[in-house]
Design a protein around this ligand. Structure first.
Ligand SMILES: [Zn+2]
Ligand SMILES: [Zn+2]
Length: 324
């Protein structure tokens, strides 16, 4: 994107942003209904839809699941689903979310970093909202990796403990000091940063990538457990969690069946070795859906376990599940 020429696209983005903020001004947010926040299928006027789909020019947040909104409509049932850290029922959850939304907009107005940091809205949504409502003070970049990359490129001193808010402010301060870009709006400035410094490179390659994928998956599971008290998991969350456990188990098996020790019989369409996740103590018999009770097996061995469940095999797999 060439910033030196007037960009009609930026004008369009700014017009959309203004419309959004006026449609959902502070007073409106106070009385927002669940349907206005996340309307059931087909509606394109609700807050979440517009924030994610209409306002792409203000930072694209489509690649994180609907969970980021705290409450959403599940496609298969057409009913509301919600993360239970906000409450026990959909209405209860929404009333907390609405309250947090108002608090966030107030915190942004006051530039209250502590209140912004303590806000319950998911970071990806939080930063998008701040840049929508306060486009002169908050950048549309919410990735800490991108922000620190730009600081590094610009020669701005920063430390590990600087979070997104601090890094953003450092970058804005740097802009103000540079005559040739001082007059840019922050939206133009973001375009300038990517144009000028490029997109930060992804570092992981080969073995490093394999290792980091496993540790990333483990971290994802940890984060998930932190956010979702185990006793209160909804049906959807149980499935989400279970798929994380299964991914970890397959990743650590590295393409080899953990019972017969032979390579997986084939690769799936994404090029991954095909193995199946098996719970050593079956879930049906009270076994835990945890990494230390699960192994990755070839389809033959998996079938064998479910038909024979031979005690010698079980003991072997128990050790394997524990070790890794
Ligand atoms: Zn096998
Ligand atoms: Zn099984």
């Amino acid at each position: 994107m060439k910033i030196s020429e007037p960009n009609p696209n930026l004008e369009h983005i700014e017009a959309l942003r203004k419309q959004f903020v006026s449609d959902f001004d502070r007073d409106t947010l106070e009385d927002l209904t669940l349907e206005q926040y996340a309307m059931k299928t087909g509606d394109k006027k609700n807050f979440c839809y517009r924030l994610e789909r209409e306002q792409i020019g203000m930072g694209d947040i489509r690649n994180a699941t609907a969970m980021k909104f705290g409450i959403w409509v599940r496609k298969t049932t057409g009913k509301y689903d919600f993360t239970n850290r906000y409450g026990e029922t959909a209405d209860e959850a929404f009333s907390v979310i609405r309250d947090e939304l108002c608090k966030l907009v107030d915190a942004g107005a006051d530039d209250d970093f502590t209140a912004i940091r303590n806000n319950m809205i998911a970071p990806i949504v939080r930063f998008k909202i701040l840049s929508m409502y306060y486009p002169d003070r908050f950048l549309t970049i919410h990735s800490e990796r991108h922000l620190s990359y730009f600081c590094e490129k610009a020669g701005i001193a920063f430390s590990e403990s600087d979070d997104e808010l601090v890094l953003q402010r450092k970058l804005i301060f740097w802009k103000e000091a540079k005559a040739e870009i001082r007059d840019y709006s922050l939206l133009e400035y973001v375009a300038y940063l990517y144009d000028h410094f490029g997109v930060p490179p992804t570092v992981d390659k080969g073995l490093a990538k394999k290792k980091s994928k496993l540790s990333q998956l483990k971290k994802d599971l940890k984060d998930f457990d932190k956010q979702h008290p185990k006793k209160k998991l909804t049906e959807v969350e149980v499935v989400q969690r279970s798929s994380l456990v299964s991914s970890i188990v397959k990743e650590r098996a590295a393409g080899v069946c953990q019972l017969c020790n032979k390579p997986a019989p084939f690769y799936n369409k994404s090029g991954e070795a095909y193995l199946e996740c098996h719970h050593v103590v079956w879930i049906a018999k009270g076994g835990a859906d945890e990494v230390n009770n699960a192994v990755a097996l070839c389809p033959n061995c998996h079938r064998k376990m479910h038909i024979l469940d031979d005690s010698e095999d079980v003991e072997k797999l128990k050790e394997v599940a524990k070790l890794l």
